[in-house]
Design a protein. Structure first.
Length: 218
């Protein structure tokens, strides 16, 4: 297969497996999505989805959030990890949203990235999932699969994002990044990986990855 054929095969397979694409983090609007994504850093979506209802019961908008102290926020979100940094970020960005944006979440990447505790990946998720603006957030699953499939060199997520945007049509970015995440979780995990059920990697995978898998399997 040529690389273009591999890209086309990947897109078609993902669309067949995931014609409808659930959003991993539970939210109701751009603000609650922003908070959920911020909380998901070095945590799991399952854990975040368990904790956000407790936080949003107290404050699901920036005006109510700033009424809580950083310590109160920290106590609620402690189970997701990194709570000192995340609680300061949640309180700080809520204050800025009120002061600069009338309590609304801005749609521009550069403005989102200026908010406390909001990095490029978080901003990309918010613009794509909350506002429908094409973006390609790269998490560990996408980074892993782009390397396994021979679409990127695996050196860093910045390179992986550039390669993904170059290879995949812009109008598909928002669907594809979610489809690849779900595929990575269900069929191409980092541990306990079974190549027999991983049809994409089995069909187009990087030779070194496939050889290493079979050597390890013995």
């Amino acid at each position: 297969m040529t690389k273009a054929e591999k890209v086309d095969f990947t897109i078609r397979t993902l669309q067949e497996i995931y014609p409808e694409i659930p959003v991993p983090l539970t939210h109701k609007d751009p603000y609650t999505l922003l908070i959920a994504v911020l909380m998901s850093a070095q945590s799991t979506d399952v854990r975040v989805n368990q904790i956000t209802p407790l936080l949003f019961e107290r404050a699901d908008n920036p005006y109510d959030m700033v009424k809580l102290s950083v310590e109160e926020i920290r106590e609620i979100i402690k189970p997701v990890g990194l709570s000192p940094m995340k609680s300061k970020g949640i309180h700080g960005l809520s204050k800025i949203l009120i002061e600069k944006y009338g309590g609304q979440v801005p749609q521009e990447m550069e403005l989102l990235e200026e908010l406390p505790a909001v990095g490029h990946k978080t901003a990309s998720v918010v613009v794509s999932q909350a506002f429908g603006i094409p973006a390609f957030p790269v998490d560990t699953h996408i980074h892993r699969l782009m390397y396994r499939w021979g679409f990127s060199n695996g050196k860093n997520v910045v390179r992986t994002e550039k390669d993904a945007k170059r290879l995949f049509p812009k109008e598909l970015w928002n669907d594809l990044h979610l489809q690849i995440i779900w595929y990575g979780r269900e069929y191409s995990q980092a541990r306990g990986w079974n190549l027999d059920t991983d049809i994409i990697t089995k069909t187009i995978g990087r030779k070194s990855v496939l050889n290493a898998y079979y050597r390890k399997k013995g």
